[in-house]
Design a protein around this ligand. Structure first.
Ligand code: SF4
Length: 214
């Protein structure tokens, strides 16, 4: 399947950080959402939206222990060409760090790590501060997981952004994975990962056409 011609567009000069997470999960998912503008909710995305809504009151606040926080803080890094909104940024004497709220569980090394790493690099750029790690708050276990953003993760992030940018400037929808990622994916119904990439040749044989005439 191909998308319409999409020449270089100014919009892709800056990539939404959410697209990085989508791409890390499945390149086809990123293309469906950010190229085809196709999106569908399921129970997991509804829970995720609820989790974000709980922190989406924009603006500053102070926790009872005196920690300054900012909910829904817009962040960007123009040299990397990425932008997004951090659920929460906490400001500590040693520097700020982002907290990404997830309704489910946390898997180390998964797409959330790249999302948080992108937020960390934005904060480093915006505040000229050392931001050694970000945090994922996993609703399932109601606990924080620290995500160190070292050189290895930063390199992985930069490669992912480059690959994603190429995808967003292309006209080709990546093939479906059709693996364990598909059943829980909210785009499953529209994506149809079980469908053959190419129809069987027999569909186009004269015998098939003859059958249709009966
Ligand atoms: S259903 Fe599978 S192949 Fe399709 S977008 Fe979701 S994860 Fe990717």
């Amino acid at each position: 399947m191909h998308t319409d011609e999409r020449p270089d567009e100014p919009a892709w000069n800056s990539i939404p950080i959410a697209a990085i997470e989508h791409y890390a999960y499945c390149a086809r998912q990123a293309a469906l959402i950010h190229l085809e503008r196709y999106f569908a909710d399921n129970a997991a995305t509804a829970r995720g939206q609820w989790a974000h809504d709980t922190v989406d009151q924009t603006g500053p606040s102070t926790t009872p222990d005196g920690t300054r926080r900012w909910n829904s803080l817009p962040v960007w890094d123009s040299s990397l060409g990425i932008h997004g909104i951090c659920d929460v940024v906490e400001f500590h004497p040693e520097g700020p760090f982002p907290i990404e709220h997830k309704s489910g569980s946390y898997r180390p090394g998964g797409p959330a790590d790249l999302q948080v790493a992108a937020q960390v690099l934005c904060l480093r750029s915006m505040f000229s501060a050392p931001v050694p790690h970000g945090v994922v708050f996993a609703g399932t276990h109601r606990r924080r997981y620290e995500v160190p953003v070292d050189a290895t993760l930063e390199t992985h992030l930069r490669e992912t952004i480059a690959n994603l940018r190429a995808l967003l400037q292309s006209t080709t929808l990546p093939p479906a994975r059709n693996d364990a990622r598909c059943p829980p994916c909210s785009l499953h119904e529209g994506c149809m990962p079980e469908a053959p990439t190419h129809p069987p040749v027999s569909l186009f044989t004269p015998e098939f056409l003859d059958d249709q005439d009966d």
